[in-house]
Design a protein around this ligand. Structure first.
Ligand code: FAD
Length: 410
């Protein structure tokens, strides 16, 4: 595969229809115009705004409010959509396979995220285990109904946590604070215990070594809310009414939600030489596979090494904001590679996060995303809840209508 070519007639195949896939498709289409044939393959016809799933669990959002169909918006921009599951990738033959067909490509962009590694902890997960989760509409509905049953009772023990190696722990922070806010508002907080169990060495570490003094603010917040915190926790097993920790200690619950670790998509794991042992794709700063010149990866599919060592493994979160920046950089670099031009560093990322706490919120921004940093911002206030709300509306409209990217994150 040559490292430079022209874009006319080139086949560009994208896998995934979430933050990585749809954004890459839009950015590529803008960069290439009518040149190049873009095909997006995904097992989902709809884009789900994942940051709102905690609101579904709280009963504050109807699932239909946070999903948009991607097929029409993509087709309006002359981007082909294939509704199918990619089952294998032959990188030496430049070919992706689904059950129904084979798709040859000149450039492949993998934005297939990850699979949930419930199997790593016996008893984990809402389908085969005893704990709830928040990585799909179906999971959020199950969690919502189970939580409502427990909150309707006289008393209860609520445990929110994350398994060793988890990287997307932020929603756990939101959910435990939102449950606290809901119970306080109903003047029933004193009938429920709330515990937060995390593999992080301290609350507010977030898999990125913390952000300025945000960790201290969040520790204070949890203390004020009487949320019991256990850090550097490794959950060994989940049973019907308890979590068994690696230390042998047990934490009993009436409702539990535990965020699992991720592993890469099956077709990525089985593609020869593409991924690391966990199934994530090592990339160059251009976001090209370190092994295959014509394969790019964006978002959760990308391998990012952990920040420092921690007593219990914690993954680096590849947030929606980061994913969108990667999509933009990958599209830019692919277009530059096809047509000539300057490349950008797709791993030089800034991170912004809006965390809803139910009755207040946090706005946290880190530039760059990983330490040491040039600038950090952390602000607390109800306004950040409204910002998150507004951002949800904007983002769904962006996917529907290809609105300009705000690029400041959420
Ligand atoms: C509850 C929750 C709250 C969050 N809150 C925030 C937040 O506040 N701020 C923030 O920045 N980020 C947040 N995130 C993170 C954000 O959602 C992710 O960073 C983002 O979804 C990553 O996008 P992605 O495209 O890389 O992967 P994914 O979103 O995982 O999408 C993968 C896509 O690939 C498709 N796919 C997978 N395998 C195949 C296959 N074999 N064949 C075909 N298609 C396939 C899937 O159907 C999907 O469309 C949150 C995530 C969750 C779960």
């Amino acid at each position: 595969m040559s490292t430079s070519m022209t874009s006319a007639g080139k086949k560009l195949v994208i896998i995934g229809s979430s933050f990585g896939g749809v954004n890459t498709a839009y950015f590529l289409q803008h960069a290439l115009g009518k040149d190049g044939e873009i095909t997006l393959i995904s097992r989902e016809r709809e884009f789900t705004f994942f940051p709102s799933l905690p609101w579904v669990i709280m009963g504050w959002r109807d699932p239909a409010q946070i999903r948009v169909d991607v097929v029409q918006p993509l087709r309006r921009r002359r981007i082909n959509f294939v509704h199918s599951d990619v089952i294998s990738l032959d990188a030496s033959a430049n070919e992706v396979r689904t059950e129904q067909a084979r798709f040859g490509y000149d450039v492949l962009i993998i934005a297939s995220g990850a699979e949930l590694d419930y199997a790593a902890v016996p008893g984990l997960g809402p389908t085969a285990g005893y704990t709830h989760s928040t990585f799909s509409i179906d999971e959020a509905i199950l969690a919502r109904d189970a939580l409502a049953r427990v909150l309707a009772g006289e008393r209860g023990r609520i445990v929110v946590g994350a398994a060793a190696g988890a990287s997307c722990i932020g929603p756990g922070y939101e959910i435990v604070m939102m449950i606290d806010a809901l119970l306080r508002k109903a003047r029933r907080r004193h009938h429920f215990s709330l515990s937060f169990l995390t593999p992080e060495p301290f609350v507010g570490h977030f898999g990125i070594g913390g952000v300025g003094v945000a960790a201290r603010l969040i520790a204070d917040e949890f203390a004020e809310r009487d949320i019991e915190v256990m850090t550097s926790v490794k959950i060994a097993e989940a049973q019907q009414d308890r979590l068994v920790l690696a230390t042998g200690a047990e934490v009993q619950f009436d409702f539990s939600l535990v965020i699992p670790a991720f592993v890469g998509s099956g077709f990525v794991r089985s593609a020869d030489g593409l991924a690391n042992p966990r199934g994530f794709i090592p990339v160059t700063p251009e976001l090209r596979s370190s092994r295959f010149d014509n394969i790019y990866a964006v978002g959760v599919a990308v391998a990012l090494p952990p920040v420092g060592s921690t007593p219990v493994p914690v993954g680096v979160p590849k947030t929606g904001h980061l994913t969108e920046q990667m999509a933009r950089a990958a599209a830019h670099n692919i277009a530059s590679n096809l047509r000539g031009g300057r490349k950008v560093d797709g791993l030089d990322l800034s991170g912004t996060c809006i965390m809803d706490a139910g009755d207040t919120g946090y706005y946290i921004s880190a530039q760059p995303f990983l330490p040491p940093r040039n600038r950090v911002i952390h602000k607390k206030g109800k306004w950040s809840r409204y910002l998150k709300l507004a951002f949800e509306k904007y983002y769904l409209a962006r996917i529907r209508h290809d609105l300009p990217s705000l690029h400041f994150g959420w």
